[in-house]
Design a protein around this ligand. Structure first.
Ligand SMILES: Nc1ncnc2c1ncn2[C@@H]1O[C@H](COP(=O)(O)OP(=O)(O)OP(=O)(O)O)[C@@H](O)[C@H]1O
Length: 206
């Protein structure tokens, strides 16, 4: 599905990685690891098509994502380490807005989705009034609503409590079982829950 072909990333005159190649297939989960500043977020942002690599290519279903962006955009979901929710809107309004702007429809009741995420009674409260973990749960609710094949997640477990982590892991498993793929950054050890997980370690380079 995703083929990364010899990409290089330079930030502030520092080469974070070069000649990096790997592939990601259906049902596969890859964890990006490395010290703070090693380049995990930079790599994810290149894979998501937000920025171009200095050299090399990223191919989705054989097409260069720089050229065939529309298909890639509808097949992928990126959730960054910032929640990306609008604090002035309620949780339900945030999800409805996100669905609308992504051209998605759902048969699911948004209150039910938020209830699954432990947000009962908070669905219609402006998100800025929720705790950090609750705001992240609102952001992560997109994982219950999207149709994307490839999920790219930057530190999805940040601020999420143990119960929330279990919930997320269950959703990951469901996605993988349905033929999806996940690439994520996390400082947590996930191998216990995902024995099939591949690890990609970025060494910090000076
Ligand atoms: N837009 C940018 N402009 C300039 N430098 C940047 C930019 N984005 C990232 N960097 C630099 O690139 C390096 C790698 O940053 P990045 O966020 O990719 O690391 P990371 O491995 O995700 O770190 P962390 O574990 O702390 O989240 C850092 O030194 C950072 O200062």
């Amino acid at each position: 599905m995703l083929k990364v072909d010899s990409i290089c990333c330079i930030r502030q005159d520092r080469c974070l990685f070069e000649d990096l190649s790997f592939e990601l297939h259906q049902g596969q989960i890859v964890q990006l690891e490395g010290q703070n500043g090693a380049g995990k977020t930079s790599l994810l942002r290149i894979l998501a098509g937000f920025v171009r690599a200095e050299s090399g290519k990223v191919l989705w279903q054989g097409q260069d994502i720089a050229k065939d962006n529309l298909q890639f955009a509808s097949d992928t979901l990126y959730i960054g380490h910032k929640t990306g929710v609008n604090g002035q809107l309620t949780a339900v309004e945030n999800l409805a807005f996100w669905l609308e702007t992504h051209g998605l429809e759902t048969q699911q009741d948004l209150h039910d989705v938020l209830a699954q995420l432990g947000l009962v009674g908070l669905e219609d409260v402006p998100v800025r009034l929720l705790s950090a973990g609750q705001q992240r749960r609102v952001a992560l609710a997109r994982l219950w609503l999207n149709k994307a094949t490839l999920w790219m997640l930057d530190e999805p477990f940040t601020a999420v409590d143990k119960k929330g982590v279990v919930l997320l892991q269950q959703q990951f498993k469901k996605h993988l079982a349905q033929g999806g793929a996940i690439i994520l950054t996390s400082h947590q050890d996930l191998t216990e829950h995902f024995p099939e997980l591949s690890r990609l370690v970025l060494e910090y380079r000076f």
